[in-house]
Design a protein around this ligand. Structure first.
Ligand code: GDP
Length: 464
């Protein structure tokens, strides 16, 4: 009745059972933030973050955003450095490359944006927050070492995110390099070279001699061309926080990747719990810029607080809107919000309900076991459980303890984890608890299979 009265005084006559429009609900939710149901506030945030319908007419080509993944020591960092160096043509122009967390490389007049943090963990951690940062992954495999556990992890992270993979076979300068062997090994993971009848691009490179780097960049542009990446530059900016820190002199400094629209100096923006007006912007070459369009990374000044990496930023109509966005965020607390959305992550316990409600068509599973034979055995038996209602999809299978990378992959892909004769390490356990990832450990294979089967039929005994 308080709300009905309030609306009445505001000139809106409504009854108790009547639906009100979104804007009115939002105003009320913001005003009564302490009292209102958590879900309303989450809805407000989700609504703000929701994609608007894009005007297809206004869509124009944008540069691809690329990340570098692969096994440790296979040369991810060296390759990124070599790519950046190969591009510093105008050294005399005095541009000192600035580390802002991402860099833009220009090839034949076309741009490519590289995210500077190598590794699939950073990438999937962003995806876990609901943010898709990357269009193309460069999978780096050392020619003298071949496919290694983190190579497989990287492949599965990229596949789960449905992004394109371009393979860079690195260290071809080494006498022990064996390009053909790497190609052969990767066929097992459905990465088949074009000359073998597949569709994956392989480029032999050396981060040391720079051999193959121009070809690699060309192949990335070619892949991007086929993907027809587009965005509308004529709208409020929206994108991701790549990194952020507090600078003594400048205040909060954040590097953001604009994904849609154009960000201007003077725009009001909100990024997670922080907000403000963009006071100044700098590109990856340390040059001051006034605008940043789609796929452009820029460092911005003017936020009132340091946002988290991976947070979405939105350009707002005015400062008031930016502030209320940030305040809603704070009042709920990001941590709380994540904790409360736990139920969104898949669990065997509510698998049946989800299937019944038609919410679930696919059950993603990450398998970790002590030996490869068990991984395969569990995989094959689980795949057989697929039926008309739900398809079982093995997102990743590997040997060894359950690690954080497995958990964030499961979380980002709404999957469960099955461990056979292995345990999660401490960080993995903590992350799984925090993110609400269903992690199940078994010592007998058929019990794992039985549990999944029972869950699919709604007959799983609850565990306490
Ligand atoms: P990351 O862990 O994947 O980032 O790998 P790094 O870039 O740190 O490289 C690991 C090691 O491999 C370093 O000692 C590099 O100098 C070496 N390395 C990287 N790329 C090449 C290459 O093309 N040729 C040779 N011979 N060594 C390389």
């Amino acid at each position: 009745s308080t709300i009905v009265k309030k609306l009445f005084l505001a000139g809106k006559v409504v009854t108790l059972n009547q639906e009100i429009d979104y804007e009115t609900a939002e105003e009320i939710a913001l005003e009564y933030e302490v009292l209102c149901e958590h879900e309303v506030v989450v809805d407000v945030i989700e609504e703000l973050l929701k994609e608007e319908e894009e005007d297809t007419e206004a869509m124009v080509k944008r540069p691809p955003v690329v990340c570098v993944m692969g096994h440790v020591d296979h040369g991810k960092t060296s390759l990124l450095d070599a790519i950046r160096d190969s591009n510093v043509i105008d050294r005399e122009a005095g541009g000192i490359t600035q580390h802002i967390g991402a860099s833009v490389v220009e090839v034949n007049g076309e741009k490519i944006t590289f995210l500077d943090t190598p590794g699939h963990e950073a990438f999937t951690a962003m995806r876990m927050r609901g943010a898709n940062s990357t269009d193309i992954a460069i999978l780096v495999v050392a020619a003298d070492d071949g496919v290694m556990p983190q190579t497989i992890e990287a492949i599965n992270h990229a596949k789960a995110a449905e992004i394109e993979i371009v393979v860079a076979i690195n260290k071809v300068d080494k006498p022990s390099a064996n390009v053909e062997r790497v190609k052969q090994e990767l066929t097992e993971y459905e990465l088949i070279p074009e000359d073998w009848g597949g569709s994956t691009i392989f480029v032999p490179v050396s981060a040391h001699t720079k051999e193959g780097i121009p070809e690699l960049l060309e192949m990335i542009l070619l892949t991007a061309e086929v993907m027809e990446l587009k965005a509308n530059p004529e709208r409020n900016a929206r994108g991701l926080v790549i990194e952020a820190e507090l600078d003594k002199g400048k205040g909060a400094v954040a590097t953001v990747l604009v994904q849609k629209g154009t960000l201007h100096v003077g725009d009001s923006i909100a990024a997670g719990s922080s907000h403000g007006r963009v006071r100044a912007m700098m590109d990856d070459k340390g040059r001051r810029v006034k605008t940043a369009g789609p796929s452009m990374p820029v460092e911005i000044l003017g936020l009132n607080d340091v946002p988290n990496a991976g947070e979405v930023f939105v350009g707002c109509e005015n400062e008031k809107e930016a502030r209320s966005f940030a305040e809603t965020f704070i009042s709920q607390g990001r941590v709380n919000m994540l904790a409360d959305t736990k139920s969104k992550n898949m669990s065997l316990d509510d698998l049946f309900t989800q299937i019944q409600e038609g919410n679930l068509k696919e059950l993603g599973i990450v398998i970790k076991a002590d030996v490869q034979g068990s991984v395969e055995a569990i995989k094959q038996s689980l795949l057989k459980l697929s039926n008309d209602e739900v398809v079982i999809k093995i997102i990743h299978g590997g040997v060894g303890a359950i690690n954080e990378s497995d958990v964030i992959l499961a979380s980002a892909s709404n999957a469960i984890i099955i461990g056979f004769n292995v345990r999660p390490d401490a960080t993995a356990k903590e992350t799984a608890d925090r993110e609400g990832v269903d992690l199940r450990l078994y010592r007998v294979i058929y019990q794992a299979i039985e549990d999944v089967e029972a869950a699919m039929k709604g007959m799983l005994d609850p565990i306490f």
